[in-house]
Ligand binder design. Structure first.
Ligand SMILES: Nc1ncnc2c1ncn2[C@@H]1O[C@H](COP(=O)(O)OP(=O)(O)OP(=O)(O)O)[C@@H](O)[C@H]1O
Ligand SMILES: [Mg+2]
Length: 240
């Protein structure tokens, strides 16, 4: 059913110059669920996120959000359509304060019954950020910077949240905290794509899983199915 799909990619091909990276990538994210996009280094996960967010134009194929095509949309228009990216490496403004980082990410609220986020809502979700609201973001810990990056994405009032390796470089305790937050965001109704190299973490959290290998989707199933498919995990993710 079209309406139950928050995000659909249909035969998407993306290139860097002559390098053909995404090869006929197709998958859908069911509304209100977390889909983990897994793959080794260089498999094309970030290219896929950037293509959805409009930072790269696909050479062919289609992307739609709740059944509405976003073909040819600018990154800003894709954001207005409800898609927010938490970029790999966080990309916060290090010299701005925590509050300033949130304020500059704010967008006009979207009309269609979306959850509308403001600074105070972000601070409720991340009390540690509230304590550090006036600090330059560059002085936060890695985990706090990741929380700020998530907060910045939420300030755009998304319906679809793309998270590109949100646990990269974080201590286990903070990874668990990020996992708890993702669960809460799903409860609030968000549809989430979680890009991860921490396979076990992702399989614990996600409802559905897509595996990408050298730009091609090689598996698509429920997390419960994939978690027991050791040859799949071994062949494509190097998990033993
Ligand atoms: N700006 C670029 N110009 C040319 N090739 C690029 C560029 N960025 C990435 N690539 C290539 O595209 C392929 C996919 O890269 P991508 O960053 O999407 O992988 P990834 O799955 O996100 O990897 P990682 O887990 O390391 O983040 C890789 O072969 C990479 O070398
Ligand atoms: Mg990447």
């Amino acid at each position: 059913m079209q309406n139950s799909h928050a995000l659909t990619l249909n035969a998407v091909n993306s290139f860097y110059g002559d390098s053909h990276i995404l090869r006929d990538v197709s998958f859908s994210v069911t509304a209100g669920r977390v889909l983990a996009l897994l793959g080794r280094n260089g498999a094309g996960k970030t290219t896929c996120m950037n293509t959805i967010a409009g930072l790269m134009k696909p050479r062919s194929g289609h992307v739609s959000v709740f059944g509405r095509s976003i073909e040819g949309f600018s990154p800003e228009a894709i954001c207005q359509a409800g898609v927010a990216l938490v970029p790999q490496g966080r990309r916060i403004f290090k010299s701005l304060s925590v509050t300033e980082n949130l304020v500059v990410a704010r967008r006009r609220p979207a009309p269609t019954g979306r959850v509308v986020w403001d600074n105070e809502d972000i601070f409720k979700l991340f009390p540690r950020l509230q304590e550090r609201r006036s600090h330059p973001a560059g002085r936060l810990s890695g985990g706090e910077q990741q929380m700020l990056a998530i907060g910045r994405a939420l300030m755009t009032n998304p319906t679809v949240l793309l998270m590109d390796e949100p646990t990269e470089g974080l201590a286990p305790q903070i990874v668990a905290e990020v996992g708890r937050i993702i669960g809460q965001l799903r409860e609030s109704g968000l549809s989430i794509v979680l890009v991860e190299q921490h396979t076990n973490f992702a399989l614990r959290i996600a409802d559905d899983v897509v595996i990408i290998s050298t730009g091609e989707i090689v598996a698509h199933g429920s997390a419960a199915e994939v978690i027991h498919d050791s040859s799949l995990l071994n062949n494509h993710l190097g998990v033993h």
